[in-house]
Design a protein. Structure first.
Lengths: 831, 392
């Protein structure tokens, strides 16, 4: 709201900022009425130096969100998505909207920093997943290595969100894609209550802000409860969330000093449940429950001397701890007759017993992530020549550790009996310590009578401490230079601007990426079969440390150019951007040849396993636009158009071993045990979307009504698989463990010829899905001075023309598309 | 050599007599029509009185029989090759003409057929799946004792619920396989009498210990055993039961026949002189092809490599497809013009424990004569409760 003050002052003819308390009170009431007039129910493009979307409280109330995820639809290129609260919700900034990217490209989400009241949310110590269960209830819910699960963020205490899509200032670190800045309410407010219901969920919120001694002391608190189901008729699969927050702001003032202390205490708890109906007499023991309890305590001290105008000091410290637990129970029955219960933890030969045909597996994952963030920073204000500086330096320490016991289960009664994983305690995994520093300067200066410039220039350095000499990153400092420049051209009743920015962004690997669990390869003698009467089995266990000591941080180089205008309350901005991250984290297959001995007989084979490598390449490109009209008084309506053309290329950046199309057994021999091809190919895909939304919002203050209609048009989406060359450059053989060139002789060999994979050129054709359009409606109405109701309908109307997919052979296929509306409504009380 | 597989059309006709029958017997005259065959010899006719459960046999095509309801079966030699013909449910009440639908009869050196295919696995009382008890029953459907040595059990690579538009539709020439397991032997090791059955199982053991809803397969004739060097992938080998030779499999883990019934199965035999080494070294049996996958969401370009067997090497083939999701025949319609199933959809949860079973035309001198018109829609009983010993 404070940002509106200069505008307001201009409007009311006041030209000085020296105000007494009476004037402040007047200003407050004026601001309030002015803000009502200017109510903005859509995201606004930031007027800052980088491309960013700002979503204020009114817009959020109008959106009627269940979780933070729902807010993202207001970004350029965003489309309305119904809340999906029984899957993890991770963020994909500036990525084409069609199709979810695979986990190979999670680095994009991992590198989006959520900063709540100045405190970054760390997920580096998150290891809440069931390692051996890649397709079960857990797979869709865990967000390990994929950043923040936005389901856990409630929106009711949020005053303002700024999503920096472009080049963030050097103040923001451990980030590649963008920054989500969340500012929560820190002022006296009436009692607020909200009750929201839609087909799948219910949400309840209470909150209040108290002020004492002329708001020297402000205390805000809020509590929210959400209960969502995967299917309204199924009470056995659900998601529940409780968030509670108490925020204290205390100001002290003496003649010389002004001190502000902000202390936030936060709790988030969530429970994911999945059970089988006990009335169905099948799988009745099976259940899944994932609980998450997070406490955070964040403190900021802000100090400045009113008499000394050139500096301010602040220090922020926050600690957060989680108690996370997954409990899964499953009645396991062997699907094939004999399977070993492998509990050998040593390298070498071992005799293991066999699993019973039927047992109950209990699996617990206990994670206790603990994060510390401390940042002293100083701001300086000074002028040099004609340059006006606002400089800022800071030092940061980020500490992440997990004190949990990790995957806890009886090795001889595993959830997935073909898995050869061994548990380890998470507290044995070394903590990560990041030290970073930054220096940046916001410089404003006139260039010419008609041109002024705003320059943000900064440098950030980050070092991972205590990694150990073995790591390539050890002791290295990675520098992120970033710069944004805006040139402003004042015109009558406003300005025209052009801007551009470029910056390097670095995300350090997570604990799990740096210190993966040891891999246990349990081998058997291929020529000694297991008989129906056998009760034990002879195995050889080989231990592999999959730690990639050469792992480097993921680094995203971003640049953008922007142009826009703000004339007479018409605001327009257009941004072209590119982002290039060539070293994003992903699991890649490694191959080792290995010789082992069982009962004095020697065998050789290839072992495949995955390691975290800087093997993904994510290239983002696009144009974003936003236009906002003034509210046209006659019809009380404002028009907003925003949209984006987004093109995202996901691919590998290293040569890859692959067994994608290798046959299993040829002429009685196992091919993959002995030969695996190395391919110098691009494996990946391009996703592209073009969409634009037109929002018409009508605000009639007299009757307290806000109605917005959004015409959401996806002009097209397209996808293309990148051309792949299926001829290996070389192959590795188990006999010698060496790479051999894949030459003409190899290509003729009866077995090696199967390593050449064929691809149909038609696989690489760009496939386009044409226009889809929806009309969404949102209505808010005050029913008394204290209460309002609101409702929304997604896809009230849809325009989904049939289209034809033609194929070179055979008849074209006509695709019919359908959509169903989604409703939600809520009651808000302000007392 | 099976190169001389004859696809013969028979008309098996009752020819009416001149006057109404006044006795309790009637004369049955059979006319055997066989396209492309000039000389028929060594005729043997069996008429099975269904109600009285009594067989009448003769070596001529004219018989005098009590009035009744009969299954008729004829075996003979056509130009020296064994041929058979049958007709079920012929009512002999008076001397009148009954027109019989022509049956498709195949003759050859080999006359093994897939008699029962159990591909779904069983369900435990607790509702979990059990896979280790799948089996195939093959029956010698000829009148001669035959050697099973070298018979190859095959699963198709193509899938009956995913239609491909292929750049080179090879189905008329080849059967693309994704698994090949061969019965060992020197040519005279495993001899099977007419009507004799072989039970080929995944694991020859008593599965009822693991799953009370399963079977005791300890006494199977053969098992397919998948060698593994990973302890997490374990197949069981009963030393008392002969293993098939594993020639090829798409997966390096354990071969489990497709449990939704989307694949075709067959029996094949390498021609004389063809060895496994030579087969895999011959480029023409390893084909690479491109196709469009036709789905409701559009068509998708794909490519694939498959090992193929020439259709002449195929002894028997059975297409499987859930009745509601059938798209196309994965093998030539000359090998099998129809398909059979245990459930309307592949994921139908009632499919477990059910098999497809070849129909019995008649019981000829105590042996079952199985229907083999090369159209499994007609030849098979769908969704039968699996019984590995039905043909034993």
């Amino acid at each position: 709201m404070l940002v509106n003050i200069p505008v307001l002052l201009q409007a009311s003819g006041v030209d000085s900022l020296a105000l007494d308390s009476a004037q402040l009170a007047l200003l407050d009431s004026l601001t309030r009425s002015f803000t009502l007039q200017e109510v903005v129910v859509t995201a606004e493009e930031s007027t800052g130096k980088s491309s960013a979307s700002v979503i204020n409280k009114e817009a959020m109330q109008h959106l009627q969100p269940s979780s933070f995820t729902d807010i993202l639809q207001t970004l350029p290129g965003g489309t309305t998505k119904d809340p999906d609260l029984t899957h993890s919700n991770t963020i994909r900034l500036r990525e084409a909207t069609n199709g979810a990217a695979s986990e190979d490209y999670d680095a994009s989400a991992l590198g989006t920093s959520f900063v709540v009241d100045g405190a970054p949310v760390s997920t580096d110590a998150n290891m809440q997943y069931i390692q051996s269960d890649i397709s079960g209830a857990d797979a869709k819910r865990n967000s390990v290595g994929a950043g923040v699960d936005m389901r856990t963020i409630s929106t009711d205490d949020i005053e303002k969100v700024e999503i920096i899509r472009g080049i963030a200032s050097a103040e923001y670190g451990d980030v590649t894609s963008g920054v989500v800045k969340i500012e929560r309410t820190a002022k006296p407010t009436p009692w607020r209550a909200r009750f929201k219901a839609d087909g799948f969920s219910k949400l309840l919120f209470f909150g209040k802000g108290l002020g004492w001694k002329n708001d020297q002391t402000v205390l805000n608190f809020g509590i929210d409860y959400l209960n969502a189901k995967a299917d309204p008729t199924n009470t056995l699969e659900n998601y529940q969330r409780i968030t509670a927050s108490v925020r204290l702001q205390q100001k002290w003032q003496t003649e010389e000093w002004k001190l502000k202390w902000q202390s936030n205490w936060d709790y988030t708890g969530s429970i994911d449940n999945e059970k089988i109906d006990p009335d169905i007499h099948k799988n009745r023991e099976d259940s899944y429950r994932s609980t998450y309890h997070k406490w955070g305590w964040s403190n900021t001290l802000h100090l400045h001397q009113p008499a000394v105008e050139w500096y301010q000091l602040s220090v922020q410290a926050n600690i957060s701890g989680e108690v996370d637990r997954i409990d899964q129970t499953r009645l396991v029955q062997l699907t094939t007759p004999k399977n070993p219960a492998i509990d050998n933890m040593q390298e070498g030969e071992a005799t293991v017993s066999l699993l019973p045909y039927k047992y109950t597996a209990k699996h617990t994952v206990e994670g206790l992530p603990f994060n510390v963030f401390i940042r002293p920073k100083a701001e300086f204000f000074f002028d040099t020549w004609r340059l006006n500086h606002k400089a800022n330096i800071g030092l940061e320490w980020r500490y992440s550790k997990n004190f949990g016991r990790g995957q806890i289960y009886d090795l001889s009664r595993p959830l997935n009996y073909s898995s050869t994983l061994r548990p380890r305690a998470y507290y044995d995994i070394p903590a990560t310590n990041q030290i970073s520093w930054y220096i940046q300067d916001d410089i404003s200066f006139p260039i010419h009578e008609y041109v002024s410039a705003d320059l943000n220039i900064g440098l950030r350095g980050v070092t991972m401490l205590g990694l150990g000499k073995a790591y390539a990153m050890d002791g290295k400092c990675y520098l992120d230079p970033r710069a944004n420049l805006t040139l402003n051209f004042p015109v009558s009743k406003g300005k025209v601007f052009i801007a551009g920015g470029i910056g390097q962004h670095t995300k350090m690997p997570t604990l799990l990426q740096l210190s993966p669990n040891l891999l246990y390869m349990d081998l058997q003698a291929p020529d000694v079969p297991i008989a129906p009467t056998d009760e034990t089995m002879q195995i050889y266990t080989h231990i592999i440390n999959p730690t990639n000591y050469d792992l480097l941080p993921a680094r995203n180089l971003k640049w953008e150019v922007r142009a826009g205008l703000g004339i007479h309350k018409h605001r327009l901005s257009i941004t072209y951007f590119e982002e290039d991250m060539k070293d994003a984290f992903r699991y890649l297959m490694q191959v080792d040849a290995f010789r082992y001995t069982i009962n004095n007989r020697e065998y050789d084979r290839l072992l495949t396993y995955s390691t975290t490598r800087n093997g993904s390449h994510i290239h983002k490109q696009g144009i974003e636009w936003q236009y906002q009209s003034p509210r046209i008084q006659a019809i009380c309506t404002r028009f907003t158009i925003n949209g984006a053309w987004l093109r995202t290329t996901y691919s590998n950046s290293e040569q890859m071993f692959s067994t994608e199309k290798t046959p299993g057994i040829v002429n009685g021999g196992n091919v993959q045990d002995h030969y695996i091809g190395l391919y110098n190919w691009t494996e990946g895909y391009i996703r592209e979307s073009l969409n634009s939304n037109l929002v018409a919002d009508v605000y009639i203050p007299k009757i307290g009504l806000v109605v917005s209609a959004t015409l959401e048009a996806t002009i097209f989406t397209a996808s293309k698989t990148l051309e792949k060359n299926g001829t290996p450059v070389s192959y590795i053989a188990s006999s010698d463990g060496l790479l051999h060139p894949y030459d003409a002789i190899a290509a003729q060999d009866p077995v090696l010829k199967t390593l050449t994979f064929d691809y149909n050129l038609g696989q690489f054709v760009r496939r386009t899905v044409p226009f889809e359009g929806y009309l969404n409606l949102r209505v808010q109405k005050d029913i008394t001075r204290f209460a309002s109701i609101a409702l929304y309908v997604n896809r009230l109307l849809d325009i989904l023309p049939d289209y034809t997919v033609s194929s070179p052979e055979g008849s074209p296929v006509i695709i019919h598309r359908t959509a169903s509306p989604y409703f939600g409504m809520e009651i808000n009380l302000h007392i | 050599m099976n190169k001389k597989l004859y696809y013969l059309f028979f008309a098996l006709a009752l020819v009416s007599c001149e006057r109404p029958a006044i006795e309790n017997t009637a004369q049955l005259k059979l006319m055997l029509k066989a396209e492309g065959i000039s000389r028929i010899s060594e005729v043997s006719v069996t008429a099975h009185d269904i109600n009285m459960n009594r067989d009448y046999t003769d070596t001529t095509l004219t018989m005098t029989l009590p009035l009744g309801y009969y299954d008729l079966a004829v075996t003979a030699k056509g130009d020296g090759q064994p041929i058979t013909a049958y007709k079920r449910g012929v009512s002999l009440s008076q001397d009148c003409a009954v027109e019989l639908v022509a049956d498709f009869v195949r003759a050859g050196d080999d006359h093994f057929v897939l008699a029962e295919i159990f591909y779904t696995g069983t369900e435990t009382p607790e509702g979990k799946r059990y896979n280790g008890d799948k089996y195939f029953v093959i029956v010698n459907n000829s009148a001669d004792t035959l050697s099973a040595d070298g018979l190859i059990l095959i699963e198709s690579d193509l899938n009956s619920v995913q239609k491909y538009n292929m750049d080179n539709d090879f189905r008329d020439r080849y059967f693309a396989v994704d698994a090949m397991y061969r019965i060992p032997g020197d040519g005279n090791t495993y001899r099977v009498a007419p009507g004799g059955a072989l039970l080929i199982v995944d694991n020859a053991m008593d599965h009822t210990a693991a799953n009370p809803n399963s079977f005791d397969l300890s006494n199977a004739d053969f098992e397919w055993y998948d060698v593994s060097s990973s302890a997490g992938i374990t197949d069981v080998d009963n030393p008392a039961v002969t293993n098939m030779d594993k020639l090829y499999c798409y997966t390096y883990t354990i071969w489990v026949p497709h449990n939704q019934g989307h694949k075709s199965f067959g029996l094949a035999r390498f021609p004389e002189g063809m060895t496994s080494e030579l087969y895999f070294a011959t480029d023409s049996f390893h084909i690479r092809y491109q196709y469009e996958l036709v789905t409701a969401a559009g068509t998708f370009s794909q490519s694939k490599q498959s090992y193929v067997l020439p259709n002449e090497w195929i002894v028997d083939a059975v297409n499987l497809a859930p009745s509601e999701t059938f798209q196309w025949l994965p093998v030539s319609d000359r090998l099998d013009a129809g398909y059979t199933y245990v459930a309307p959809t592949g994921s139908d949860v009632t499919r477990f424990g059910k098999a497809v079973r070849r129909k019995t035309i008649a019981t000829l001198n105590g042996r079952r004569l199985l229907k083999d018109t090369n159209n499994s829609t007609d030849d098979f009983e769908v969704a039968q409760k699996a019984n590995p010993f039905y043909f034993k």
